[in-house]
Design a protein around this ligand. Sequence first.
Ligand SMILES: [Zn+2]
Length: 421
Amino acid sequence: MRVTTVFNRILGLPGASVCSVELSTDGLVLGLRRRRGRRYRCECGDSTRARYDLSRRRWRHLDFGSTKVWMEADIARITCPACGIRTETVPWARPGARHTRDFQDVIGWLAQRMDKTSVARLLRCSWEAVDRAVRMLVADHLPTDRLDGLYRIGVDEISYKRGHHYLTIVCDHDTGRVVWVAKDRTRKAFEDFFTALGPDRSEQLAAITMDGSPIYMPVAADNAPQATVCLDPFHVIKWANEALDKARQANPAVPPTPATPAKRSGPATVAQVNAPAKAWRRLKTALRSGAENLTDERRALINALRRHNYQLFRAWTLKEQLRDLYRIPPEQARRYLRRWITRAIRSKIPAMQQLATRLTKYFHQTVAAVELGLSNSRAEGINSKIRVIQRRGYGHPGPDSLTAMIYLCLGGITLNLPTQT
Ligand SMILES: [Zn+2]
């Protein structure tokens, strides 16, 4: 069998055949021949027989073992009736790409699972090539019907670049997907979402969760007055944890240690000097974890708190009781929250009293979230996934990169590997 035939069988490219195989210093270069007298296709979908000129171009393809593979073909500039002078599109690569579709699909599949720097290293391409491929894949694969059938949505802001910049994110609570990402946390960012949604689809919205932000609330009232505004459970629990942190700082008694090691004479060791700081950190972690996730050691710490620092124990109990709001039968929510607020005010813990005041202000929105079955898990899921993307990105260079990654990982994009058929 001829070597070109072997490659034709392996690659199976539509509309092109391998006519030469050359092993150069760059790697394996496969020369491609296109069908004579074909119509040249434009990116817009139009096609023409008239070409302007020809030039040779190379596309990086998936490696054969440790050898880099390139595809080389003549590509025409055409005069498209609609767009003017453009470069023709080829079946094996996306318009403007310098990597084949297969190569970019592998990039995208990996970028959904690992950081871009590792993807670039594994595939031996630049970080920029990974970034570009992610954007092209999102443009290609983001579901166009993602704004259809929205019923319960959530709007939230996320910060990047150490909290100096923000993105507005709209998610679908029923599918757990991100459906809209906009720059900044402004009224306009959220208004643009409603403009894209249009009046008909806006009317279908039953609930919008948010963090009680004065930016998004009026926009929701203007554009979807029928939708119930709910306080995002994720934020309520976040506030409770912050209040608990404040209560801990206001109670600077030495944290209890369940098992105190026997004191030894002589100069203090580094471990002994650092012990209080370490104990504080352990306590902070224990206070933050949910009661159901406490390890034996942490549970012992909380139990010790009950004896040594009752006020802080009380604050922890209030936090846990507030978490239960999202687990009880919805019809009990109103009464449960009212009683919780009374307890928090009577606790005489300033941070918890402040939280109670805040929840009194947003009483109806908080209860509405429970009554409409918007549990915490999904919103928290999206939030923590975004945090993972941000951490993996080591500081995304700009909003566009981050936006593309959020859509790639959370926008409902399914990518198949070239090896999957
Ligand atoms: Zn065109």
